[in-house]
Design a protein around this ligand. Sequence first.
Ligand code: ARG
Length: 481
Amino acid sequence: MTHTPGSNPGGATGTNPLWGGRFTTGASSLLEEINSSVHFDFRLAEQDVAGSIAHARMLVDQGVISVDEGQAIVNGLKIIAAEIAAGDLVLDRALEDVHMNIEARLHDLIGPVAGRLHTGRSRNDQVAVDTKLWVRDAIDRLDSLLADTIRVLAERAETHCADVMPGFTHLQCAQPVTVGHHLLAYGEMFLRDRDRLLDARRRLNESPLGAAALAGTSYPINPDQTAAELGFNGVFRNSLDAVSDRDFILDYVGAGATLSIHMSRLAEEIVIWSTPQFGFVTLPEDLSAGSSIMPQKRNPDAAELVRAKAGRVIGSLITLLTVLKALPLAYSRDMQEDKEALFDAADTLELCVRTTKAMLTGIVLHTKKTRADAEIGNATATDLADWLVAERGVPFRESHGIVGRVVKALEAEGRELRHADPEQLATLEPRFAGLPADVLIVDHAVARRTSPGGTAPIRVSEAAATLRKLNEQLSIKEPAK
Ligand code: ARG
């Protein structure tokens, strides 16, 4: 499709045929360059056609255009939909954006009757409805990828519910935990991410179509009808707000930024765990990369990139917030700058969740190494203090001090609790006489932590089942009205 200035019904040669009536000269190439968005907003093409078909049908039902006119418009739009699906729609930068390109193509296909489609509508409510439809689909895609990822986490957590690993605070050895428990922590984060996405979807699902440019319209339109046809649950209540609201993008990218942070935390742990020094995991070869100079290298590139791409999603969120800040009502062209940040955030998020799921599926856990390392760093010190409380009636603050002094004494000899047996401990502190050996054993330490949400294998197994259930319940979509 090419822009044919000669066919401009409203304006001078060289002016935009869709709004050139009050212009005598066309756009400078500079304006064309800064103004045109079709090279990115072509991604709204499918949504644009769907919105236009709904609008045309409504105009017919309301008697605003004739049945024949409506039929011609809808048929033309269906041809365009097929062209879009086949990748055949030719886009012209001089026509600014995807909306004008589609309308011009409709004119090519069905002639001047195409000009009736834009009755009672503006590009302002048009772009708002298109973008909402796009974000709604993006939420559904991301949500379903996340639900799959949670399924993988729940399954792997169940498998490793009794395998022991070090638990860290400050990245220092703290207390032993189970591998399943650690994995389920990410399951909880991703479940909240899903909840935030579904919350954003629910709030988004009101149609802005019918707000027109900013003030509504004098045509007897029926926004409820277009809303229902496009799968919205309701309709805007204020036309000024409807055309200038981009909260739904902020909600989606904001939830996405939190998700990207969660993924970056997991990715960072994978990077650390896959070092030979930690040796907790091996990333599958197909998610690792080598070095051009060091033949031995196997780098966790997939994890590093997920870690880094969080910065990109956060960047998109900042772009969006900054573009919208202090914009007066109603529509301003600034809003066109929302698209690239939105699309980039969506693409990045989907790629990162798919990569995260692949890493979680393929990662090999070295549970002998994680268990051995769980003994390092006096990780059972709290268990020892707790034993004095439970079996010798010592107040916790005092037992804390006793064990601290024991650890310090061992440290002076270059040893840790794992090198000492109960008899040796009793020589350092008489109240340890009669201490059962299992208090110092990490498997027993995790098994004792049966408090709700704790790390004991029995709790982790239950928690994996609960996570699985909550994940499936959250999949239930809001009922359409
Ligand atoms: N491409 C524009 C955008 O994305 C469409 C709206 C243009 N509206 C206008 N009044 N110029 O925001």
